[in-house]
Design a protein around this ligand. Structure first.
Ligand code: HEM
Ligand SMILES: *[C@@H]1O[C@H](CO)[C@@H](O)[C@H](O)[C@H]1NC(C)=O
Ligand SMILES: *[C@@H]1O[C@H](CO)[C@@H](O)[C@H](O)[C@H]1NC(C)=O
Ligand SMILES: *[C@@H]1O[C@H](CO)[C@@H](O)[C@H](O)[C@H]1NC(C)=O
Ligand SMILES: *[C@@H]1O[C@H](CO)[C@@H](O)[C@H](O)[C@H]1NC(C)=O
Ligand SMILES: CC(=O)N[C@H]1CO[C@H](CO)[C@@H](O)[C@@H]1O
Length: 322
């Protein structure tokens, strides 16, 4: 009897605790929070670097898949300790300075109130909408974690993953196959470095459109060239627009990463890929649901974690770089 009660309690309380994020969490504690983040993202996008939208969206993905959406990705390594930034998978993750800028402004207006993990989630939403994607309400209330360990980042799938390997990782985070295909649509913006797809060029991967192959061989050259890791857009058609053209591109064998191209070829995913390629509206709707769900992976809420005052350091530390 007691056992049953405990089981029942666990059954209901645990999922509730996980779902403790809420839209408008800061509406009384820091009513301007979302507007402040949006303004910082907009300014950087308009006046500094239009491509940064891709960086911010990827930052959210990496934060959420390593441990959970807890801003562990933002912690700087110190003399005594490594952090996720030392992980190979974090190579080329960008947008940190925008999160820091937003945090600085937020600390002035409402000190110790808005978590870095929420700033990442809000900035990713703004990146999507600013590039023409859907605007969606972001549940907030995440708290910042106390751990940032490079080995945790080993869970991130690599660009040469197969669909089934990538799916295992998504499933381990509670995401489904169709949510994975949907979230990969994020590759409609942003770019990739040659190092992540050079192998396909050396092997003359027959699943790549020959004219794209030629272009990329010319771009990436060989390792003896002076800049041997240039970049190219993941969506070669509408590179700066958040739309469904990524799917059209991979249907046309114009995926840049091996995993992207595989989505259009694998029997388990190609159906949804061709649907999204022709149905922009259904991609937008699905994307909103999938990214909101991704944003709840492993979140810390309530009294767990802390609200960092500087996103690159835990509060109880005193290393005072930038
Ligand atoms: C199997 C899953 C995935 C793999 C293997 C993967 C891999 C990659 C790689 C290798 C790059 C290039 C990075 C660079 O060269 O700087 C990249 C870029 C990017 N990824 Fe993914 N990705 C995956 C899923 C996702 C998801 C779920 C999202 C977001 C919801 C996402 C968003 C992005 C964005 C926006 C970029 C552009 C980054 C930039 O412009 O700096 N990716 N991804
Ligand atoms: C180093 O990081 C680990 C994992 O994040 C943490 O458990 C440990 O307390 C840290 N050690 C120091 C000296 O900060
Ligand atoms: C690679 O390097 C060789 C020798 O330096 C050069 O002849 C060749 O044109 C290069 N290939 C590309 C694709 O740049
Ligand atoms: C490129 O994108 C535009 C705008 O969505 C579309 O009309 C066009 O068909 C696309 N081109 C290719 C080659 O897919
Ligand atoms: C950090 O600095 C503050 C103020 O200088 C001090 O009170 C606190 O004890 C320091 N914390 C650590 C962990 O050194
Ligand atoms: C391997 C590595 O350290 N990659 C990067 C992780 O993120 C930081 C912050 O941008 C970079 O400085 C690192 O080079």
């Amino acid at each position: 009897m007691q056992f049953t009660i405990i089981v029942v309690i666990l059954f209901f309380i645990v999922p509730l605790a996980l779902a403790d994020l809420s839209v408008g969490f800061y509406s009384s504690s820091c009513p301007k929070a979302e507007a402040i983040v949006r303004k910082v993202v907009q300014r950087n996008y308009l006046y500094i670097d239009r491509s940064i939208a891709g960086g911010l969206l990827r930052l959210h993905f990496h934060d959420c898949f390593v441990r959970g959406c807890d801003a562990s990705i933002l912690i700087d390594p110190t003399e005594d300790n490594e952090s996720e930034k030392d992980a190979e998978a974090n190579e080329t993750v960008r947008g940190f300075e925008i999160i820091d800028k937003a945090k600085k402004k937020l600390e002035k207006v409402c000190p110790s109130t808005v978590s870095c993990a929420d700033i990442i989630a809000l900035a990713a939403r703004d990146a999507v909408s600013i590039t023409g994607g859907p605007w969606y309400a972001v549940p907030t209330g995440r708290r910042d974690g106390f751990v940032s360990n490079p080995s945790n980042a080993e869970i991130l799938p690599g660009p040469s993953s197969t669909v089934s390997h990538a799916l295992q990782i998504f499933t381990s985070k509670g995401m489904t196959l169709s949510e994975m295909v949907t979230l990969m649509g994020a590759h409609t913006i942003g770019y990739a470095h040659c190092g992540f797809f050079r192998k396909r060029l050396e092997g003359r991967d027959s699943t790549m459109d020959p004219s794209l192959n030629e272009k990329l061989v010319r771009l990436c050259g060989n390792s003896s060239s002076s800049n041997n890791n240039p970049t190219t857009f993941l969506d070669q058609n509408t590179s700066f627009v958040f739309d469904n053209q990524f799917y059209e591109e991979i249907v046309n064998k114009r995926g840049v990463l091996f995993i992207d191209q595989q989505l259009a070829l694998d029997s388990s995913t190609k159906g949804l890929v061709s649907k999204f390629a022709t149905d922009a509206e259904s991609f937008r709707r699905s994307f909103v649901n999938a990214i909101v769900k991704m944003g709840s992976i492993g979140v810390l809420v309530g009294d767990d974690g802390e609200i960092r005052t500087r996103c690159w350091d835990y509060n109880n530390n005193n290393n005072s770089d930038p």
